[in-house]
Ligand binder design. Structure first.
Ligand code: NAD
Ligand code: IPM
Ligand code: MG
Length: 372
């Protein structure tokens, strides 16, 4: 019997629907080649959900996500909320509530430098060449989810940052396991010289390290890490960090690859998993056909890995590499490019469809593909 998977599709706002459309095109192409079925179930989230259902995360959306095998997510966010600091309800609340509701505690963000794009990065070639790292970002705790308050006169505000040992252990185990399978180095990024929560992270990681004797553990303060990431990114293999530091350093790390439009992510939970590009809704690009769909398409590949369709996932990554090497790229990577979001999606889908069974060989020396 043909295997079939139910996929919740939450396209969201801005360029979300445009990049998700190309991802589904590529997923459909690969599912035909590798003979499995994907059934898509659309649901609302973000600003479109506020517009159509008066809330950023309708109950129906949660229900769809809980009864499907995986969630494909585009992006949320709209300038009309970004610039209204008094908005009672915001699109981002939808994404945060969904992550919490689905228990998506580990957000995995692989970063690598493609040889063909080495000159698209503002960083020097010898610094970034062969960079291959992965960020494990804690996703459902820390300052994002702590108690918030604002004083009656509106002149003071606070966001509580708190972590429990269990929350840290859950993601730390995943990060240690990934490091063990990769280059056997784990860097905990924290601010243990100042923050009590960071000192808890360090204690927990120190206590787990004995269970992973093959993994070298390094500790780095986040301010130094922000600098080291662009001074010498090759020193990193697996980065483990808390929610907000992970958010910030992953956007910074995207500069290594040449565009944030290349970086996928997987959010892993106890019952389900969600796959989304690390970028946002890029509202300035909405409807213009200039958004890079590769981050979303590679998130689709991570989704197939999660579903156990590893050959199909690898076929997508090969097709992306092929497309990059041919220079079929959106303007974020090639300034004068006339290739649109759809052109890039079509090219990747065609490569997948006509793939002969031979892995495409890049002329670069990096040792691993994007997955953990
Ligand atoms: N996971 C998410 O849904 C998510 C993530 C980040 C930001 N947001 C939201 O998105 C909105 C815009 O936020 P922002 O401008 O800070 O971040 P953004 O990631 O949307 O865009 C920042 C810049 O990155 C580039 N960029 C982003 N995606 C790209 C793509 N696919 N192709 C080419 N270039 C791309 C553009 O130069 C853009 O100006 C806000 O409302 C924010 O809250 C949502
Ligand atoms: C939109 C926002 C809530 C989100 C985050 O901070 O987690 C985004 O920046 C991301 O990286 O997914
Ligand atoms: Mg972010």
């Amino acid at each position: 019997m043909t295997k079939s998977y139910q996929i919740a599709v939450l396209s969201g706002d801005g360029i979300g629907p445009e990049v998700v459309k190309e991802t589904i095109k590529v997923l459909d192409a690969v599912s035909q080649t590798y003979v499995f079925e994907l059934h898509y179930h659309n649901a609302l989230i973000g600003a479109v959900a506020i517009d159509q259902a008066n809330e950023p995360l309708p109950e129906h959306t949660i229900a769809v996500c809980k009864r499907t095998d995986a969630v494909l997510f585009g992006a949320i966010g709209d300038p009309k909320y970004d610039n209204d600091t008094n908005a009672a309800v915001r699109p981002e609340q939808g994404l945060l509530a969904l992550r919490k509701e689905l228990g998506l505690f580990a957000n995995i963000r692989p970063v690598k430098a493609y040889n063909k794009l080495i000159n698209q990065s503002p960083l020097k070639e010898n610094i970034i060449q062969n960079t291959d790292l992965v960020i494990f970002r804690e996703l459902i705790s820390g300052i994002y989810f702590g108690q918030k308050s604002i004083s009656a006169d509106g002149r003071a505000a606070s966001d509580l940052c708190s972590y429990s040992q269990d929350e840290i252990e859950n993601i730390a185990h995943l990060a240690f396991q990934a490091a063990d399978k990769r280059n056997k180095k784990l860097t905990l990024i924290d601010k243990a010289n100042v923050l009590e929560t960071s000192r808890l992270w360090r204690r927990v990681v120190q206590s787990l390290a004995a269970q992973y004797p093959t993994v070298e553990v390094e500790y780095m303060f986040v301010d130094n890490a922000a600098m080291q990431l662009i001074l010498n990114p090759k020193q990193f293999d697996v980065i483990l960090t808390e929610n907000m530091f992970g958010d910030i350093i992953s956007d910074e790390a995207s500069v290594i690859g040449g565009s944030i439009g290349l970086l996928p992510s997987a959010s892993i939970g106890t019952h389900t998993a969600l796959f989304e590009p690390i970028h946002g809704s890029y509202p300035q690009a909405k409807g213009k056909g200039i958004a890079n769909p590769i981050a979303s398409i590679l998130s689709g590949a991570m989704m197939l890995d999660h579903l156990g369709e590893h050959d199909a996932a690898e076929a997508i990554r090969d097709a992306v590499l092929h497309t990059i090497n041919e220079g079929v790229l959106t303007p974020d990577l090639v300034k004068e490019s006339t290739y649109s979001t759809t052109d890039v999606g079509n090219k990747i889908a065609n490569h997948v469809r006509f793939r002969t069974g031979h892995r495409y060989q890049d002329n670069m020396t990096h040792s691993k593909s994007t997955i953990i």
